[in-house]
Write a protein that binds this ligand. Structure first.
Ligand code: PXP
Length: 252
């Protein structure tokens, strides 16, 4: 069964827009996480950025203590944040690139350029009992480098696929890249997650990608929650994911 991790950063973004530097503020990302779990989400994803623009340290500690599913901590390979992760002990860490000026995580990690530093952090996290995922573009060189780092997972960046979704030719190109990357990752012994820019419109097309374990989805679920509520938004996404059959799609 394809699992859903809900990224709750956007709930914290809304809180910080009004209450930056003040506690507790609203809305509460931990309450949102619990609602997602109650609606059937298999995990909660939160990105503790170095600039703390949305999720705060207190949020990740409360999430760790409160949620019943799995906490996926997204983070840069930065010493301060690695130290926090080693103390927090989330179930899994997804290492992502981080640029101060970006609105959201823009590209995948350049694993190839940073194999030894990533391998060191991967080993420290694994030694603390934390699984490690690397957020990468569906690029053969990056997948190969991820295997060299020794991570348990890669999370395939679906941003280009989502951006090109409305252009059938480009969508096919991006889908082919994701399919090839998932096959390569699996052959190299990596488990495969995916995320970024996924929504109710583009999700079904992603069913052609094999070996997917979990999708991490944030913006579209939180946006949809404004009109239908968080419970319904999570359930809608889960319903669309239910027919995933490991990349096999019934002919229309
Ligand atoms: N996966 C990773 C690694 C991300 O950085 C993000 C965005 O924070 C997501 C998934 C979720 O992307 P979106 O908010 O577009 O669904």
């Amino acid at each position: 069964m394809l699992k859903l991790g809900v990224n709750i950063d956007h709930v914290a973004t809304l809180r910080e827009a009004r209450y930056r530097g003040r506690e507790p503020g609203e809305p509460d990302p931990v309450a949102a996480a619990l609602a997602c779990e109650a609606a059937g989400a298999h995990g909660i994803t939160a990105h503790l950025r170095e600039d703390r623009r949305h999720i705060q340290d207190r949020d990740v500690w409360r999430l760790r203590q409160t949620i019943q599913t799995r906490l996926n901590l997204e983070m840069a390979n930065a010493p301060e944040i690695v130290d926090i992760a080693l103390r927090l002990r989330p179930h899994i860490v997804c290492l992502v690139p981080e640029r101060r000026q970006e609105i959201t995580t823009e590209g995948g990690l350049d694993v190839q350029a940073d194999i030894s530093a990533l391998a060191l952090t991967r080993a420290r996290l694994n030694d603390a009992g934390i699984e490690v995922s690397l957020f990468v573009a569906p690029d053969p060189a990056q997948i190969e480098a991820a295997a060299m780092v020794g991570s348990q997972f890669v999370e395939l960046h679906t941003g280009a696929f989502a951006e090109q979704f409305h252009d059938p030719t480009q969508r096919a190109v991006e889908l082919a890249r994701l399919i090839a990357a998932a096959q390569q990752a699996r052959q190299l012994g990596l488990q495969v997650n995916a995320g970024h820019g996924l929504n109710c419109q583009n999700l079904t097309a992603l069913h052609r990608v094999p070996h997917l374990v979990e999708l991490n989805i944030g913006h579209s679920i939180v946006s949809r929650a404004l009109t239908v509520g968080l419970t319904a938004a999570v359930k809608e996404m889960l319903a669309l994911m239910q027919s995933y059959a490991g990349g096999i799609v019934a002919a229309a």
